[in-house]
Ligand binder design. Structure first.
Ligand code: ATP
Length: 205
């Protein structure tokens, strides 16, 4: 089966979006010939609280800033506009209806390896193809064993990128450099608002 012309769905907290997310989305677009990749920031994630209490609308704003001028990348409000916890299965079903060309779900190997804590995971695994991004420390061989053997899985061919939102937040909190980890416009946004404990800088005139 080929993924050419399908829409990639990339769900996450994006708290904040970082260069690892962008690279994964752009590689997925290119390596599999996807039509488009939608970032889908979660409103209230089912498994955890959002660190630093950064609201969905603010995380959405940061995604918008990060993807500006990058062809093929878009952001979807589908999980923000739905009240309560949004389950990935429901999001995929909804977007499959809107995209008869088909969808593929993009996910990091860390998160995907914990599939058994996702809501309705047996159905989820059978729902659409998955594009898995390598992450440092995750052995991709786990995806050859049950329950993954029943899923259609594609692997992104890239060197794992050692960037995470938690590390980025830690750096803002401690006033450490974030150059090269977060897109410039997002970095400015975070500093102007003092998010994650960043020292506030006045907006540019
Ligand atoms: P946190 O550090 O707060 O857990 P995160 O960096 O994992 O955050 P999320 O918004 O939770 O970011 O992740 C959204 C999706 O992007 C997940 O599928 C995650 O596995 C994937 N992802 C995040 N960072 C990377 C990375 N550096 N390489 C590959 N995939 C990544």
């Amino acid at each position: 089966m080929s993924l050419v012309g399908k829409v990639g769905l990339f769900g996450g907290t994006f708290n904040p979006i970082h260069v690892g997310h962008l690279r994964v989305a752009e590689e997925a677009l290119r390596q599999f010939g996807l039509r488009e990749v939608y970032f889908i920031p979660t409103g209230q994630p089912p498994h955890r609280e959002v660190a630093d209490g950064v609201p969905g609308e603010v995380r959405y704003e940061m995604v918008k800033l990060a993807i500006a001028g990058r062809p093929g990348l878009s952001v979807s409000r589908v999980e923000l506009d739905r009240p309560g916890p949004a389950y990935t299965v429901d999001t995929i079903v909804l977007l499959q209806r809107e995209h008869p060309e088909g969808v593929a779900y993009i996910v990091g190997a860390d998160i995907f390896s914990q599939i058994e804590i996702w809501h309705d995971w047996p159905r989820l695994l059978a729902l659409c193809p998955f594009i898995v991004a390598p992450r440092p420390g995750v052995d991709l061989r786990v995806f050859s064993a049950p329950p993954f053997d029943r899923a259609e899985i594609y692997f992104l061919n890239m060197t794992p990128i050692a960037v995470s939102s938690s590390e980025v937040r830690r750096r803002y909190r401690l006033g450490l450099p974030t150059v090269g980890l977060v897109p410039e416009a997002v970095d400015r946004f975070i500093k102007e608002r003092g998010l994650y404990g960043a020292r506030r800088t006045p907006p540019l005139e």
